[in-house]
Design a protein around this ligand. Structure first.
Ligand code: NAP
Ligand code: ZN
Length: 353
């Protein structure tokens, strides 16, 4: 074991503060990574503040961060895919059982024994739970390490490891989006990636936002149309017209307003994870044979496919790079939907102070 510098929260109401955490020594299969950038996902905030206590209670201290880009500094004797110096990524998963049907089907995120990057029981016993990327380094089984395209800005690549795959995966699974009318609800970290992917897949892209000041950005990011969801007249014009809608809202909201936007057999996929249950109107689904689904990140193979796609099409997140010392301020802005469009922590700030 060794110790690494990190930022943690001590309770649901604490601010982030500098901390020192244990990391396991590199075993045969492990890759030790010096973290360069780590994105701030709204899931980090939900977890740090124990907002998901009814489903996944938080164990403290908590070190979030699952949008990690770094440089390999050491590899175990059995590691074949990576060498020191390689640019790599780690997303929301760091282990699974590799034997269950979901692992066999390359959807390790649904493995019952999956280990998530933070706040998951640590099967190596290094600490009670896993600690994420708000840290100077991390040790990960090579099967959960991703290759990062070197032609992209690493600060903007970090958010692809969660926001990227979470929006890429359901759109890919839905099928051919070319020429289809696709809605993205909420222009935050996930939403802005959803816009970029939907545009890259050839869809007619419409953004629903509660923030009128994001109109211009939505168009710059790739939207063909922007609807301010608080404007009833604007909303009415689009009723029953969407093939697919991706809902990324992090808080309680009227989901029926969006289900009603779907055309016959249209689908709304929920990726946002508000802490309280949403009320679904049966009639909104019945009339139009519409469907409502959920989606959770993506498997490792699909995450690699997404990163390769981004490398080929020059896609990264729009990031505001911050030093780790500004993480508390960043969280306050995230709650206010005031981020354009993802915070990416420059982890050299942790090493130098
Ligand atoms: P984010 O950057 O905070 O973006 C969420 C956006 O939702 C905001 O920018 C805002 O967009 C809109 N919004 C926020 N509060 C709202 C409200 N009360 N009513 C209507 N709209 C509201 O968050 P994120 O990192 O993209 O994450 C979004 C959600 O997805 C979170 O719940 C997160 O935990 C979840 N998530 C799920 C997965 C998964 O695998 N399913 C993966 C990652 C994250 P406008 O200003 O445009 O309205
Ligand atoms: Zn995330």
């Amino acid at each position: 074991m060794y110790t690494a510098k990190a930022y943690s929260v001590a309770s649901a109401t604490s601010q982030f503060a500098p901390d020192t955490i244990p990391r396991r020594a590199t075993t045969e299969r492990d890759v030790q990574i010096e973290i360069l950038y780590c994105g701030i996902c709204h899931s980090d905030l939900h977890t740090a503040r124990n907002e998901w206590s009814s489903v996944m209670p938080t164990t403290y201290p908590c070190v979030p961060g699952h949008e990690i880009v770094g440089r390999v500094i050491r590899v175990g004797t059995d590691v074949t895919a990576y060498r020191p110096g390689d640019l790599v990524g780690v997303g929301c998963l760091v282990d699974s059982d590799h034997t269950c049907p979901n692992c066999q089907a390359d959807v390790e995120q649904f493995c019952r024994n999956a280990t998530f990057t933070y706040n998951s029981p640590d099967r190596h016993g290094t600490a009670p739970v896993t600690y994420g990327g708000y840290s100077e380094s991390i040790v990960v089984d090579e099967r959960f390490v991703l290759r990062v395209p070197t032609n992209l800005n690493p600060a903007g690549v970090a958010p692809l490891l969660c926001a990227g795959i979470t929006t890429y995966s359901p759109m890919r699974r839905w099928g051919e989006l070319k020429g289809k009318k696709v809605g993205v609800v909420g222009l935050g970290g996930l939403g802005h990636m959803g816009v970029k992917f939907a545009r890259a897949f050839g869809a007619h892209v419409v953004v629903f936002t509660t923030s009128p000041n994001k109109r211009g950005d939505a168009v710059r990011l790739g939207a063909h149309e922007v609807i301010v969801s608080t404007n009833r007249d604007e909303m009415k014009q689009h009723t029953g017209s969407f093939n697919f809608i991706l809902d990324t809202i992090a808080a309680e909201h009227d989901i029926n307003a969006y289900i009603n936007m779907l055309t016959l057999d249209g689908n709304l996929t929920l990726v946002g994870a508000p802490e309280t249950p949403l009320k679904v109107s049966a009639f909104a689904l019945l009339f139009g044979r519409r469907s409502l689904s959920g989606s959770l990140i993506g498997g490792i193979a699909e995450t690699q496919e997404m990163l390769d796609f981004c490398g080929k099409h020059d896609i990264t997140a729009d990031v505001e790079v911050i030093p780790i010392q500004k993480v508390n301020e960043a969280y306050e802005r995230l709650v206010k939907s005031d981020v354009k469009y993802r915070f990416s922590i420059d982890m050299s700030s942790l090493r130098t102070k």
